[in-house]
Ligand binder design. Structure first.
Ligand SMILES: Nc1nc2c(ncn2[C@@H]2O[C@H](COP(=O)(O)OP(=O)(O)OP(=O)(O)O)[C@@H](O)[C@H]2O)c(=O)[nH]1
Ligand SMILES: [Mg+2]
Ligand SMILES: [Zn+2]
Length: 324
């Protein structure tokens, strides 16, 4: 009767939560909060997106256990509330799902060592808008900012604040802003994303030292191209809530978006677009464009407008409207 693993007596199908995903193995947390390493059976796909990873951290899945081995098999993915993707690192234009079913996304920024670009920030924010995930900016490493960088940060905080984005200023070294960040995470599933080396894992350790996540040695922190965190993973914070640490992202190309709709995901540009002469104005070459007027009159940040243009003219991304 039990002559092969798959023919082992199986228990009933259960529901669980994917907390880690590393290639073909997925760690599924069961209702008793135990972690079961699982593989996928057959071809699974959540929704319509083509991605390099069918199952992502945050997915609710159906699985059954193999009785003898302490492992399981995932047989289904429940509908996703949302998901956040980055372009896969290869050139295939396929998406890699960083996480699914999150309540909010923190974008960790550093203005030095390494410097996060405004393009990167705006691409992340537009992606979060497209997937309807509330985004919060975290300016980290503030202990390294001189007067000029501190002023730049304050200007950015007020510019993004005027659009409606909340920002927190943190330093893992000085332990500033950590309580504020911790409080924002209570009772929620949060994702933390950003360039490699900005300090994502370090700040999670500062919030909950018992997690003891691997971080880059201090002397290495300005080097680029070396990711310390290599897989997304979800952790239960002792202060309350769940945090998903993610590997550093280099670039953010928006996948799944219609070119003509990109400005809908820039709330400041979208708010102005009602004043344009043409209802289908793309705010590029059209006459009497309220968006371009606003840039001229300093009512819209030039960097936001440039970010919009860079996304519009980015042909490396595949544009399509997200499906839910
Ligand atoms: N000065 C200063 N250094 C920091 C701060 N936060 C983190 N670091 C340092 O920055 C380096 C990178 O931190 P990590 O937490 O590994 O960065 P990460 O964002 O998780 O990087 P990846 O896992 O590669 O995506 C480490 O050497 C940290 O000690 C901070 O607030 N101030
Ligand atoms: Mg890390
Ligand atoms: Zn316009």
């Amino acid at each position: 009767m039990y002559n092969s693993t798959l023919e082992e007596k199986v228990l009933d199908v259960e529901k669980g939560l994917v907390v880690k995903s590393t290639g073909s193995w997925h760690t599924v947390r069961d209702s008793k909060k135990q972690n079961i390493p699982c593989i996928i059976k057959g071809r699974l796909r959540a929704g319509s997106i083509r991605s390099t990873n069918p199952v992502a951290v945050g997915d609710n899945v159906e699985f059954y256990r193999l009785e003898k081995e302490r492992t399981g098999i995932i047989t289904g993915i429940l509908d996703r509330k949302n998901y956040i993707v980055r372009k896969s690192s290869n050139l295939s234009k396929e998406a890699h799902v960083l996480a699914a079913n999150v309540d909010q996304a923190f974008l960790m920024i550093s203005l030095i060592r390494p410097r996060t670009t405004l393009r990167f920030i705006d691409r992340f924010l537009a992606t979060s808008e497209a997937y309807r995930i509330p985004a919060i900016l975290v300016f980290n490493k503030t202990d390294l900012y001189d007067g000029k960088l501190a002023t730049e940060m304050d200007d950015l905080v007020s510019m993004y604040g005027s659009i409606g984005y909340e920002a927190v200023k943190t330093s893992a070294v000085m332990k500033t802003g950590v309580e504020e960040l911790k409080n924002l995470m209570i009772g929620k599933i949060s994702l933390i994303a950003g360039n490699s080396g900005v300090g994502k894992s370090t700040i999670i350790n500062t919030i909950d030292p018992s997690l003891n996540l691997k971080t880059a040695p201090v002397s290495e922190y300005h080097k680029t191209g070396k990711h310390t965190t290599t897989f997304s993973e979800m952790f239960n914070l002792s202060s309350g809530g769940f945090i998903i640490d993610t590997p550093g992202i280099k670039g953010f190309g928006i996948i799944d978006m219609d070119k003509e709709e990109i400005f809908h995901f820039f709330p400041d540009i979208f708010a102005l677009s009602g004043g344009c002469q043409y209802y289908n104005c793309l705010h590029i070459n059209e006459p009497n464009c309220e968006v371009k007027n606003a840039v001229k009159n300093n009512k819209l940040s030039l960097s936001r407008y440039k970010s919009y243009l860079s996304l519009y003219f980015d042909d490396s991304a595949k544009y399509r409207t997200p499906k839910y």
